[in-house]
Design a protein around this ligand. Structure first.
Ligand code: FAD
Ligand code: MG
Length: 296
């Protein structure tokens, strides 16, 4: 069967796009591998009407609502290849199954490359975060440690005093120039240049000199890379952002390959559930437009 749109990635962005298309009675296939970026977090904050909800529950509710539309097909699995061109794409799953579609939407998200600090990855989404708007409030103005990964960390260290008293660990990832030091001092940030040995307890930082500093939470600017190699493999132009790598799109969310669209974390910065949903809804409408008026 020929689908109007094959949505690869059935999380917030992909489902928001699919919803618009289904409501326009278009045939949509969603292929989803079930690896949401926020699966490490028990609560999602800042999404209107769902503040503090379980992020898995938000996704399950959305999926159940999508499945009420008769023109939806949903496949659990990983899309491993896409060939063809506008109006005649073919998407292959890792298990070998093939699906035909007139358009493709990549809503495949990003994955977070974390700094190689012992004990940090295990605490990702629990006491180690990247987004102050998502997880800052719950720290209740407690002490915050910022672990540097590069230039973005400086921005985190300067912003986070809005949520609590900040210690900035440069951890050999960054050298501070005098203006940075001055601004950090003005923001009452404590600068620690001794490297970190490991994280222990809830969010305690053990320094290489043996000191142990306790925090309510830690922040680190992860590097965001595409969660799926698909966009790059099929030749979509990619671009560097201060947060990592994303798929480049037009304002209508079309990639450099005609008929292939991209939305959500995979194709915009900054990142949040709200922004992914908004970007997805917009991509859905733009995909619909391209099906109604293919020559525009
Ligand atoms: P994702 O939710 O990452 O979904 C991508 C989907 O595509 C996944 O299901 C994946 O399995 C699938 N996929 C990828 N490749 C393929 C493939 N080849 N074939 C099939 N399927 C594929 N945001 C907030 O607003 N509030 C918060 O409190 C919050 N907390 C966060 C906590 C943590 C620890 C992290 C890391 C992020 C948090 N975020 C939060 C950000 C939020 O998770 C993302 O902005 C959001 O998930 C982006 O949605 P998306 O649909 O673009 O991508
Ligand atoms: Mg998605």
């Amino acid at each position: 069967m020929q689908h109007d749109v094959i949505v690869i990635g059935g999380s917030y962005a992909g489902m928001a796009a699919a919803l618009q298309l289904l409501r326009a009675r278009r045939r949509v296939l969603v292929i989803d591998a079930g690896q949401r970026r926020n699966r490490f977090a028990a609560r999602s904050h800042g999404f209107l009407g769902q503040d503090g909800a379980d992020p898995g529950e938000i996704a399950r509710t959305a999926r159940a609502q999508l499945q009420a539309y008769p023109t939806l097909d949903w496949v659990e699995g990983t899309a491993s290849a896409a060939t063809g061109a506008k109006d005649g794409f073919s998407v292959t799953l890792a298990d070998g199954a093939g699906h035909a579609g007139r358009r493709i939407l990549l809503a495949t998200g990003v994955s977070d490359q974390l700094p190689p600090v012992a004990g940090l990855a295990e605490r990702w989404g629990r006491t180690v975060f990247h987004c102050p708007y998502c997880h800052g409030y719950e720290l209740d103005r407690g002490r915050i440690g910022v672990i540097a990964t590069g230039p973005m960390s400086l921005h985190q260290a300067k912003l986070l005093p809005e949520w609590g008293e900040v210690t900035f660990f440069t951890n050999e990832a960054l050298t501070l120039d005098p203006e940075d030091r001055q601004e950090l001092t003005r923001r009452q940030v404590t600068i620690e240049e001794m490297p970190i040995a490991r994280i222990s307890g809830d969010a305690d930082v053990v320094m290489r000199d043996g000191r142990e500093l306790a925090f309510a939470g830690l922040f680190t600017a992860s590097r965001c890379v595409p969660a799926s190699p698909l966009a790059a493999e099929i030749g979509c132009e990619m671009m560097e952002t201060p947060m990592g790598i994303q798929v480049q799109t037009s304002s209508a969310k079309e990639t450099s390959i005609p008929g292939v669209y991209a939305c959500g974390d995979a194709a915009r910065v900054p990142h949040s559930v709200s922004l992914a949903v908004g970007d997805g809804a917009w991509a859905g409408a733009q995909l619909h437009r391209s099906l109604v008026w293919p020559d525009d």
